[in-house]
Design a protein around this ligand. Structure first.
Ligand SMILES: [Ca+2]
Ligand SMILES: [Ca+2]
Length: 215
């Protein structure tokens, strides 16, 4: 009888000891390199969740300026911008005019007379900087009849980006001298943005300029 009681007490003690030492991390499987401590997963940097199963979005607190986008925690900047947040504005090495289109021009000269006898002008555009002609071009300059709207400058490249350029819009005449219809100033680099198309205009004339920049 005495032996039975002692055995019973030993079993009770063993059971009691077992329940006290039960591992709270048993069955807790922490993922992505996490480890269990007191039943709770401790996660490595970059992961969270009960079992470290969720990856932290590395872009959650990152804001990219000037149209940049965050990829894997780093800002991917648009051309013309740099820096960790794309906040640095670069100065282009060159500016390339791929085409210009004359959208609007004076319908008559300042005495109210048509540019030609019975038709609109034969558009002719010259581009100047500091008084020097850099390029001039027209479509159908010899026809002297139809109105020409699109005037192509084939990838005209300027290596100087600062300062003003001037577009002079003419009506081509022959054998008479060309008629200067209008003059429009154009600032090549605004300093904060790199638009692919800009419109330059005055009260009578509007020219759409398509641009590319080289950095
Ligand atoms: Ca004329
Ligand atoms: Ca003409």
């Amino acid at each position: 009888m005495k032996t039975t009681i002692v055995s019973l007490l030993m079993v009770m003690f063993f059971v009691s000891s077992c329940s006290k030492d039960e591992d709270p991390c048993e069955g807790v499987i922490c993922q992505n390199g996490g480890f269990c401590e007191a039943g709770v997963c401790k996660c490595p940097p970059g992961y969270f969740g009960k079992f470290c199963e969720t990856k932290v979005d590395p872009c959650v607190n990152i804001s990219c300026k000037n149209g940049g986008t965050c990829i894997n925690g780093l800002c991917n900047c648009l051309p013309g911008y740099s820096g960790s947040d794309c906040g640095t504005i670069l100065t282009p090495k060159s500016i390339i005019i791929t085409s210009i289109k004359v959208l609007k021009w004076p319908t008559t000269d300042n005495t109210g007379v048509s540019w030609d006898f019975s038709t609109g002008p034969d558009l002719f555009v010259s581009i100047k900087k500091a008084g020097s002609t850099l390029k001039e071009h027209s479509t159908s300059v010899n026809s002297d009849t139809p109105v020409s709207q699109v005037v192509s400058f084939d990838n005209l490249q300027f290596n100087i980006v600062a300062g003003n350029y001037v577009f002079e819009v003419f009506d081509y005449d022959w054998p008479d001298a060309d008629d200067l219809m209008s003059t429009v100033s154009f600032s090549s680099f605004a300093g904060s943005a790199f638009p692919s198309v800009i419109n330059v205009k005055n009260s009578t004339t509007e020219i759409s300029v398509s641009l590319k920049y080289s950095f």
